[in-house]
Design a protein around this ligand. Structure first.
Ligand code: FAD
Length: 378
């Protein structure tokens, strides 16, 4: 694929950052279940967290391909730290696209330069895939909105300096038409958060549960128009699903590279495991499928840069790449034998992450629904 000079330079920086900052920290963060705020800050300083956010707010001003290049490099080194880095700007795309200049200066710029991290809260205990059925309520009261409700599975939810919270402002039929988004800052009265300690995904990922109990935000915390929240979220989804595809391509690459290195050294019955035909063909299949998933992902990125409404191709890329990544990661453990289940070999976290990738930003069943609808219902 042809890359611009800026994209090539960004990829080089991302690959170097993965080698020097992500890879060496991976096992420790996994073991300690610790969010790497220091690594996130350094990534931001190198322009790796926000290459596609607008330049006027400190972003790189590039297209979505730039995000994909960074993700591919970082997820190959460690999916957990990669989540923390790339997820540090959750919600900022929406604030930059739909919010006012003042809102972007206040909540996007400090994120692009690494001073703040954000989150985006859509999911509720009773509704994930069915986001349109949001129950959290925001009621206007003079110069403020009063928000009540609960959110769960929110990336950075417990640690973010500000969270973009989606709440119902109108009772509409269908219900998705009555949702709005609000920036709720840490420290707001009635905004309670806790880490989801039961989460068994990658250790460096911070996942939170939020409770809004008469949380009051100023009226100018509303992002864009009232009742546009569902559409704001959907406008970013085609891109974020494609970003997950690139993350999965990177994770599959990382798991496969570690495996090839290991089986080339490991001998059984006097011969390297990599010499067995049963193993060689598996590796060959994965390489071929990974090349195909990668091509689909980057080709779709260029198409999406031309047409932001493209939904089927990003869904296809997410479905294809995350399905492959799960198979690769599972076999990576298997081909390490018992060592695949030891922390220091660092292959098992890839498998846990692939389940995350198949669930968030629309599960793979929802991806199949999008694809099937485009094929069968047009
Ligand atoms: C690690 C992680 C990070 C996350 N980060 C965030 C975040 O930052 N912000 C946020 O708002 N949310 C986040 N989420 C939530 C995530 O988006 C939801 O978990 C996801 O949308 C699925 O919703 P659910 O868990 O309620 O499952 P459900 O929607 O209840 O689905 C349960 C099962 O039913 C299937 N299913 C549902 N509907 C259909 C259908 N129509 N046809 C066929 N099958 C169907 C699903 O595919 C799934 O297998 C995160 C989740 C995880 C695991």
């Amino acid at each position: 694929m042809d890359l611009s000079e800026a994209e090539s330079a960004l990829r080089e920086r991302a690959v170097e950052f993965a080698e020097t900052e992500v890879e060496p920290a991976a096992v420790e963060h996994e073991r300690e279940n610790r969010h790497p705020r220091d690594v996130v800050r350094r990534a931001a300083e190198q322009g790796l967290t926000s290459p596609a956010l607008p330049e006027e707010y400190g972003g790189g001003g590039l297209g979505i391909t730039a995000n994909l290049l960074v993700r591919e490099a970082l997820y190959a080194a460690d999916p957990g730290i990669a989540e923390a880095v790339t997820g540090s700007i959750f919600g900022c795309e929406i604030i930059a696209a739909d919010g006012s200049r003042e809102q972007a200066e206040r909540w996007v710029r400090p994120v692009t330069n690494g001073e703040m991290v954000t989150g985006a809260a859509m999911t509720e205990p009773h509704s994930g895939s069915d986001f349109g059925n949001t129950r959290t309520q925001a009621v206007r009261d003079g110069d403020e909105y009063v928000i009540n409700g609960e959110k769960v599975f929110i990336g950075n939810g417990a640690i973010a300096d500000a969270v973009l919270v989606f709440a119902r402002t109108s009772d509409t039929d269908p219900p998705h038409r009555g949702i709005s988004s609000f920036v709720v800052e840490a420290g707001t009265d009635g905004f309670h958060r806790e880490e989801l300690d039961e989460f068994v995904g990658p250790g460096a990922m911070s996942l939170g549960r939020l409770e809004l109990d008469d949380a009051r935000v100023p009226a100018d915390a509303l992002v864009g128009e009232e009742d546009d929240g569902f559409y704001q979220a959907m406008r970013t989804m085609n891109g974020s699903r494609l970003e997950i595809a690139a993350s999965a391509v990177g994770a599959a690459r990382g798991a496969l590279d570690r495996t090839v290195e290991y089986i080339s050294e490991r001998e059984t019955f006097g011969t390297p495991v990599a010499d067995r035909q049963a193993v060689r063909h598996r590796i060959a299949d994965y390489e071929a499928r990974l090349a195909a998933a990668r091509s689909l992902t980057y080709e779709t990125a260029r198409d999406l840069e031309e047409d932001a409404d493209l939904a089927e191709e990003p869904a296809m890329a997410k479905l294809t790449a995350t399905t492959l990544a799960e198979e690769v990661a599972s076999d990576a453990i298997h081909l390490h034998g018992g060592y695949g289940l030891l922390e220091e070999y660092h292959v098992e976290p890839y498998l846990r992450w692939t389940k995350v990738a198949q669930i968030y930003d629309g599960t793979n069943e929802i991806m199949r629904e999008i694809i099937a609808e485009s094929v069968l219902d047009e």
